[in-house]
Design a protein around this ligand. Sequence first.
Ligand code: NAD
Ligand code: IPM
Ligand code: MN
Length: 323
Amino acid sequence: MTRIAVVEGDGIGHEVIPVAAEALSTLRPDLELFSVEVGYHRWEVTGCPCGDRDIARLKTADAILFGAVTTPPMKDYQSVVLRIRKELDLYANLRPVKEAGFDILIVRENTEGLYSGIEEIGPDRATTLRVVTRAGTERIVRAAIRETKKRRHLTVGHKANVLKSDVFFRTICQEEVMAAGLVWKERYIDALALDLLLHPTEYDVVVTTNIFGDILSDVASYLVGGLGFVPSANIGDRYALFEPVHGSAPDIAGKDIANPIAALRSAGMLLDYLGDSASASSIESAIALVLSRGIKTRDMCGTAGTREFGAAIVRELERAARR
Ligand code: NAD
Ligand code: IPM
Ligand code: MN
């Protein structure tokens, strides 16, 4: 039995994940879905956003479908999603941004860099250490190279003109890319962020460090209609977690207006990871069909609610299964 942990988290996680989970169960009734409750709301109620037992339960799953958690800007609060990424060692964060005409895959290092967690706040000074290791860089660039071999070319995004940690990152990327016999392209991350928007067709796989990948993927979502559309996979050597790139969106939470496409596509990436590419493409086809009928959420200037959009997707998946 393949077991999928389902984490709604906070905010619109409670709205978009039920849609994605229903799509999963419709396509694959054989999957056993079990829910794990973690997040900021849980911290407000119990004082613990995510316990060791929750991490242990997540580790029993074959894959995790994750919504989003609220991470408040507080000194002593640890982000649940960052903890899970670290504890499950989900070092490769794959964020595809594609539409007719371009197909970009952002490969974001997910465990170190500015997110190393080595930091302190003093009365007059605060520091966050940006840690870039050889092992961490080798494994992310190798993951990017594996993806590139299935595709076209690779761009390394960095800020080696300023950051010595990126001189290090760039050098290791260059060594690995040359050893793999691939073409070497690189761009400073600031220029890259604009150029992705201006010339998306010129990019394929883009590998970069943690926070640059975080920012770049939100920026790149502009190319496909915004954050409601971009899914992601967080992959390690043993575990895998699939989540939309967007967050808990407190500004629209509870209003039934969130776009569930990013969550549905994350479920699609999960199915691909399980080796079921047929079901993954059924999700993409159902999205295209539902949109072609004019059923759209508010971010697409439509009037359909999250639930209505989700129901239309599930009807389409059921119809396709009968054909
Ligand atoms: P956000 O992604 O939640 O929202 C940014 C903007 O995009 C908001 O205006 C929101 O309404 C809109 N948006 C996001 N998803 C949408 C969707 N599916 N449909 C329609 N509109 C959508 O980012 P934020 O506001 O900066 O962060 C809110 C909270 O989420 C913060 O606490 C942040 O730390 C957290 N966050 C969590 C994750 C995660 O758990 N993986 C990711 C990003 C942000
Ligand atoms: C993301 C989010 C997270 C990150 C936050 C909420 C910790 O922005 O998944 O893109 O920075 O990685
Ligand atoms: Mn982000």
